[in-house]
Design a protein around this ligand. Structure first.
Ligand code: NAG
Ligand code: NAG
Ligand code: NAG
Length: 428
């Protein structure tokens, strides 16, 4: 760019003035340009802005706070991270492990913008490592020992809840975590609990954990097949679980066996459908139906991108990740669950092949955002999560328990300076 400072005949005074102008302008630009505008989609995924280079996340160590180890490994420490890493809830471990190796990690709490509280409670609960009651009590004990959590009322603290239950895994979440940043694939829990633990303003929807064997770009266990060769128009590969929409699909599969594949899935015993067989079925249709199950989100939505079928969401309340960069009309279809019936097939049959190919091509560009890889990757779930987290950073920390004085001291109600806050701090 040619500005006044690049003109050939300048006096030294001119030059000095111009330099100052440049300095001021660049300072102003920097001030005005934060936060950076969203990156253009989809080339090839969210980019972290320059401001993110300064993002610092502190990760609590498991022996730092009494009780944290139990939230990670169960009451007797016997639940292994390797076990919890597998399956659709593996995000609770993956995000923790990726943050430990992240370039945004800091070991200094005073430098941190955000604080990550690791916990594998979904897995620990499933494997009998803690009961619901113990989970609740352990969380309360853990939070009571964290002065930095109290300083912000939890506003700068991050928790992962990887399943459909969302933050409800911690029974008293509404009292203790209702200001914290919650990472969860589930944006809705209105079916069972009356209230959703997800808040679109502060929380972040994350993709489910797609099987590792399917996400490696050059070594996918099951490769997509050409559209022409697919046997079915659509499929639904899941259990009915007594859910209205799913029962309707099972019924429809009987009426239209050549259009919709929806086999009775054996999830145990000798005929159990293995992971590879599952994906081989999934790739055999143009559209992969993703109806609501126990809760709104479904892993099938994410899986469909790796066998390249167009996902059709049949889950009205669903929340989708990274909506600030992804245009879901380009890669998927959402159909009202009240209209699950023959009309759905008529509609799907009316979609031109070129449009299907277009959506699949777009999906190929976007699916890197469902892959839990390091945040140094130009496109990964972790990169996108860091990008979202960056926008949650607050310059200032406050809570109902903090006060501040003329000399910038943050103090508690008893005028004790923050650095002197002892533990345990009494809870609400
Ligand atoms: C969770 O634990 C806290 C502290 O022990 C207790 O006050 C609260 O009632 C518990 N919540 C539930 C739902 O049991
Ligand atoms: C959020 O937490 C605060 C502090 O514990 C509590 O007073 C408030 O009732 C909670 N809000 C909701 C919606 O539960
Ligand atoms: C700030 O002011 C308070 C009240 O006068 C005082 O107790 C405290 O030591 C001061 N803090 C610093 C860092 O100077």
């Amino acid at each position: 760019m040619r500005g006044p400072h690049s003109r050939p005949q300048c006096t030294p005074a001119h030059q000095a003035g111009a330099l100052l102008l440049v300095a001021v302008t660049s300072l102003l630009t920097r001030l005005l340009s934060a936060p950076a505008p969203p990156p253009p989609f989809p080339t090839p995924g969210p980019r972290l802005s320059a401001a993110a280079d300064h993002l610092r996340v502190y990760v609590y160590a498991e022996d730092e706070v009494d009780g944290l180890r139990a939230l990670l490994r169960g009451r007797d420490g016997s639940v292994s991270a390797a076990t919890c890493l597998k399956g659709q809830w593996g995000t609770q471990v993956k995000i923790h492990q990726l943050l430990l190796r992240s370039r945004y990690r800091t070991l200094d709490k005073d430098e941190a913008h955000l604080f990550f509280v690791p916990s594998y409670v979904k897995c620990v609960r499933m494997t009998g490592g803690l009961t619901d009651k113990e989970i609740n009590q352990t969380y309360v004990k853990v939070l009571g020992q964290m002065p930095y959590f109290r300083r912000s009322g939890g506003r700068d603290h991050i928790f992962v809840f990887p399943s459909g239950a969302g933050a409800h895994l911690f029974r008293s979440w509404a009292t203790f975590l209702n200001r914290s940043i919650i990472l969860t694939p589930e944006g809705d829990r209105t079916d069972k609990r009356g209230i959703s633990a997800f808040n679109t303003w502060k929380d972040i929807i994350i993709p489910g954990n797609v099987d590792d064997s399917m996400v490696k770009p050059d070594a996918r266990a099951v490769q997509p097949i050409p559209l022409m060769k697919r046997k079915y128009l659509a499929n639904f590969l899941g259990r009915a679980q007594g859910k209205v929409g799913r029962l309707k699909l099972v019924e429809l599969a009987k009426q239209y066996p050549d259009k919709l594949e929806s086999p009775e899935l054996k999830l145990s015993g000798p005929d159990k459908l293995g992971r590879v067989d599952y994906f081989k079925h999934l790739r055999n249709a143009k559209f992969c139906l993703a109806p609501r199950g126990e809760s709104s989100w479904t892993l099938r939505f994410y899986e469909s991108f790796f066998v390249e079928c167009v996902p059709v969401l049949l889950s009205d309340e669903v929340e989708l990740p990274f909506q600030n960069v992804i245009d879901y009309t380009e890669i998927s279809i959402k159909w009202p669950s009240s209209k699950i019936g023959p009309e759905l097939f008529q509609y799907l049959e009316s979609i031109p092949e070129e449009r299907i190919e277009e959506m699949l091509a777009r999906g190929r560009e976007v699916r890197c955002m469902w892959v839990y890889a390091q945040d140094t990757e130009p496109c990964s779930a972790m990169t996108a999560i860091m990008w979202e987290l960056q926008r949650k950073v607050r310059r200032f920390h406050q809570s109902a328990e903090t006060f501040w004085l003329h000399n910038r001291s943050i103090v508690n109600r008893d005028l004790v300076e923050f650095q002197q806050w002892g533990t345990p701090v009494p809870l609400p």
